[in-house]
Design a protein around this ligand. Sequence first.
Ligand SMILES: O=C(O)c1ccccc1NCC(=O)[C@H](O)[C@H](O)COP(=O)(O)O
Length: 263
Amino acid sequence: MQDILEKIATYKREDVAVRRVNTTLNDLESAIEAAGPTRGFARALVANQQPGGLSLIAEIKKASPSKGLIREDFDPNYLAQCYEAGGASCLSILTDNPSFMGHESHFQSARGAVSLPCIRKEFLVDTWQVTESRSLGADAILVIMAMIDDSLAADLIDTAHHYGMDALVEVHDAEEMRRALTLKSKLIGVNNRNLRNFHVDLAVTEELAHMVTPEHILVAESGIFTPFDVKRLARTGATAMLVGESLMRQGDVTEATRTLLSI
Ligand SMILES: O=C(O)c1ccccc1NCC(=O)[C@H](O)[C@H](O)COP(=O)(O)O
């Protein structure tokens, strides 16, 4: 039986096959010219890290396979402004629809509402999607090592760098980390969530953090709820954290963002 990552990879390949017929690389290149420059995603994470703390990539996500519907009252433009006012350094915006109820328009609307660098949170199985991401305005893309082989990962990263974007290379275990460290991107995310069985444990970042070098920028991802969690992860040497659900469930998102960063 296929797990969720295999299911997503299958429908993404089908989706890309259709999309690339309707939108050629030339069309995307024209849109990129109109999109303006990238905003420096990795740079912002380093520049905004507080001593003893972590800079924040705040995620805009309506639903997920593990949690179902997370936020009914969902306005990407407003949420982006709340995150910026609360002190986030960057945004992560889901564009996958079947599993996360996301959309490309969520990305464009959120990025257009703020001056923060934004990562397009998508499941990339083809370099065409990287070009598409830049045409939407993306400042960074996500490379999930659990979903693709090393050769495709290298191609996705090269394409991202070609367009001036950063690539957040996401790992969940020592083997994926070992593979990630052979790639050209210095931005490494440790996902505390196992994307195949949805188990979440902050100890995953604690266990893998020692593998990166001082040249890498380490991002702890998923399952972060309290300033205590932030303190715990800051001790691993991570630079940044990626937080979705715990902020998406709040009534006052600006205040919740400030509270999380107040260590
Ligand atoms: O979260 C899921 O259910 C999921 C399933 C399949 C692929 C990816 C998935 N999530 C992506 C993420 O891990 C999170 O959106 C991100 O790291 C933020 O996590 P959280 O703060 O726990 O919402």
